[in-house]
Design a protein around this ligand. Structure first.
Ligand code: SAM
Length: 228
């Protein structure tokens, strides 16, 4: 059984996708998808020996050695042309690392315009959305889930020229801001309190930059507006 977070990632994987799960760790995601007859081909990429071993062990235990290929590789270097990967998952890593992996993957020719991206950064979601926007990806779906008091955003994107996002959409998520589910409201209520503390600290600090204060004031105004 998957965590709520990974179950939401799994829900965005299309049936019969050819999946690359980058940073697969125990390969729980591809194992779950194969067990549910949702997919029958996946590469489980890992940069570290320990997690790769854990993945191989689990794959063998479930008898999915024909369906799931564990590979030791940095980021999207796990993908080979003959895999015909159409769906790339990068879940459970920091947002900055996620964008670094995507940028390198593009440079190395492993990221193609046909692949669907399913990203679940543990932080810096805005940096991930900013990367997608500047690289001409359209965000088709998003979801936010709360698990053990933490909020996780899942972003689904495809390459598509001519789509533009406002700063506010990058900040909150273009789909999330439309849906405003309970987890979204809780996240931003919490964030509002944090920002208000940050602002008062900045205002009390003699060395604080005016532009920084204005930035936080702008964010507070946005958050209040979306929570209305
Ligand atoms: N994807 C799983 C999930 O969401 O539960 C596991 C997340 S685990 C916290 C992150 C994994 O990413 C670790 O096993 C780590 O070794 C791997 N990792 C970190 N950087 C990587 C990279 N550049 N390429 C491939 N895997 C990487």
């Amino acid at each position: 059984i998957l965590s709520k977070r990974l179950a939401q990632v799994a829900a965005f994987v299309p049936k019969y996708a050819r999946l690359a799960d980058i940073g697969s760790d125990h390969a729980y995601l591809p194992i779950y998808l194969v067990a549910n007859k949702s997919i029958n081909y996946a590469v489980a990429g890992e940069i570290a020996q320990g997690p790769l071993k854990a993945a191989s062990k689990q794959i063998k235990r479930y008898g999915y050695t024909n369906e799931i290929i564990p590979r030791l590789a940095d980021g999207l270097m796990a993908i080979q042309p003959e895999d015909r990967i159409d769906t790339v998952v990068i879940a459970g890593m920091g947002g900055i690392l996620t964008t670094t992996i995507l940028t390198k993957g593009k440079e190395e020719g492993r990221l193609t315009k046909e692949q669907r991206l399913i990203l679940q950064p543990n932080n810096h979601e805005q940096s991930v959305r900013h990367w997608l926007a500047t690289q001409h990806y359209k965000i088709y779906e998003e979801q936010i889930v709360e698990e053990h008091g933490k909020f996780y955003e899942i972003i689904v994107a495809y390459y598509k020229t001519d789509c533009h996002y406002t700063k506010k959409e990058i900040y909150f998520g273009p789909v999330l801001i439309q849906q405003k589910n309970l987890a979204f409201k809780k996240k931003w209520q919490k964030e509002l309190q944090t920002k208000q503390k940050v602002l008062s600290n900045l205002q009390n600090a003699r060395t604080a930059q005016k532009s920084k204060i204005e930035e936080v004031q702008q964010q507070i105004a946005w958050i209040k507006e979306v929570l209305k």
